[in-house]
Write a protein that binds this ligand. Structure first.
Ligand SMILES: Cc1ncc(COP(=O)(O)O)c(C=O)c1O
Length: 393
């Protein structure tokens, strides 16, 4: 059955403004049901959690529902879902609790800086996994050398937010686990682009952000609750010491958490399906992945055939994310020209600090990023390619 792109697009009010939204890797638009869920939480009345009155109970139920939804999305356990404002904040918090001076951490230059700097700043010794700058691949074989008996954590991305590279995380995790190390997998970019099974990936920690997959600005890190029991982050004396609560600081954005659950429900319902929400998510996200793959084949082939365009990377397994420069134009100028034609793309290093450094383009403004998500269609791709073609004049 073809992906019901018209129905999917019609769920997003913002997509009617005439722009081609190819900036999804920096944050997606929001479906009406997510907007409704957030406003309904406020309209119905919410309180802080732990009180004796119904509005407080409603907030408690929202948090529980959100943990269950995120667990379904990534194949984790609801009691191991840590919720917070964004992935960066949660990763700083976890990194400090997990690693420190005397430990070794293995980081990759493929990663977004949010899965790099929180680890380097723990004081642990850093060992680097390098990227092939031509293909954009992260070779697995180097990990056998990098991981040793002092390795506490191997932090690696499930997909690059600029090149789209999907490294072989399962193989890296196997090497890490053999040495007794933990894996911290950045799924912020990957989660939007296909079904996720964090156990199959070998992720001890799997980080994601709902605003990359149709939800509000909320981050989550998912782990086995038994593993979380062994870690003690800094916390207030007065806040709960239970798991996963002890990893969460302050008062949660309850209405937004209701929006996260609605976003997961939206993703699960993009294509007709039966079974549990987890089963419907697997079906629906596989269909979305195929839809993106088909559209992206035309997008990347179109860019690669333009003589004035340099495309970075050619990874074998990738998300529908293209990173390129246009001769004679800075990335900002190219993005500005496309914006004038109603095409939203990003420009810059996009926080892929190490990777743009390895590609030798960080100091010259990085490149242009155009990415597809489930709600993009063929006309978005056509408009991008026409706009970039016009830059050769
Ligand atoms: C791959 C990747 N990791 C981490 C992050 C940081 O996520 P957050 O904005 O939730 O802190 C981003 C955000 O762009 C990202 O693309």
């Amino acid at each position: 059955m073809p992906f019901p792109i018209k129905a999917v697009r019609s769920a997003y009010p913002a997509l009617t403004d005439g722009f081609a939204y190819l900036d999804g890797a920096a944050g997606t638009q929001t479906p009406q049901m997510v907007i409704d869920a957030i406003s309904s939480a406020y309209r119905t009345g919410i309180g802080n959690v732990g009180g004796a009155f119904p509005a407080s109970h409603r907030s408690g139920a929202i948090v529980t529902g959100c943990r269950a939804a995120v667990a379904d999305l990534v194949g984790g356990h609801p009691d191991g879902v840590i919720l917070g404002p964004n992935m960066t904040t949660l990763t700083y918090r976890l990194a400090r609790a997990i690693a420190g001076p005397g430990d070794e951490v293995v980081l990759s230059r493929l990663d977004h800086d949010a899965n790099v700097r929180p680890w380097t700043q723990t004081g642990a010794t850093v060992r680097w996994a390098e990227v092939d700058p031509v293909t954009g691949e992260l070779p697995v074989d180097q990990y056998a050398e990098l991981i040793g008996e002092r390795t506490r954590v191997v932090a690696v991305t499930a997909a690059s937010n600029i090149l789209g590279t999907r490294p072989d995380v399962a193989a890296i995790a196997e090497l890490a686990h053999r040495a007794g190390a933990l894996t911290y997998v950045d799924g912020v970019h990957a989660t939007a682009h296909g079904p996720v099974d964090m156990r199959a990936l070998g992720a001890d920690f799997y980080a994601t952000s709902a605003y990359k997959w149709a939800g509000p600005h909320i981050g989550a890190v998912v782990a086995d609750p038994a593993l979380l029991e062994t870690i003690s982050p800094d916390k207030l004396a007065s806040s709960p010491d239970t798991v996963p609560h002890r990893f969460e600081t302050g008062t949660a954005a309850f209405a937004d958490l209701e929006g996260v659950t609605a976003a997961v429900d939206h993703l699960a319902a993009m294509v007709p399906g039966t079974g549990t929400r987890r089963e419907r998510l697997l079906t629906s996200m596989a269909a979305a992945e195929e839809h993106e793959r088909e559209l992206f084949a035309g997008l990347i082939a179109g860019l690669e055939t333009m003589p004035h365009v340099t495309v970075y990377g050619k990874p074998a397994r990738r998300t529908a994310t293209a990173y390129f420069n246009v001769a004679g134009h800075t990335p900002r100028q190219a993005a500005g020209h496309l914006a004038g034609l109603g095409v939203n793309v990003w420009n810059g290093h996009n926080y892929a600090w190490e990777l743009t450094g390895a590609l030798g383009i960080r100091d010259s403004g990085g490149a242009v990023r155009a990415g597809l998500v489930h709600y993009n269609d063929a006309s978005d791709v056509d408009r991008l390619l026409e706009g970039v073609a016009r830059l050769s004049w």
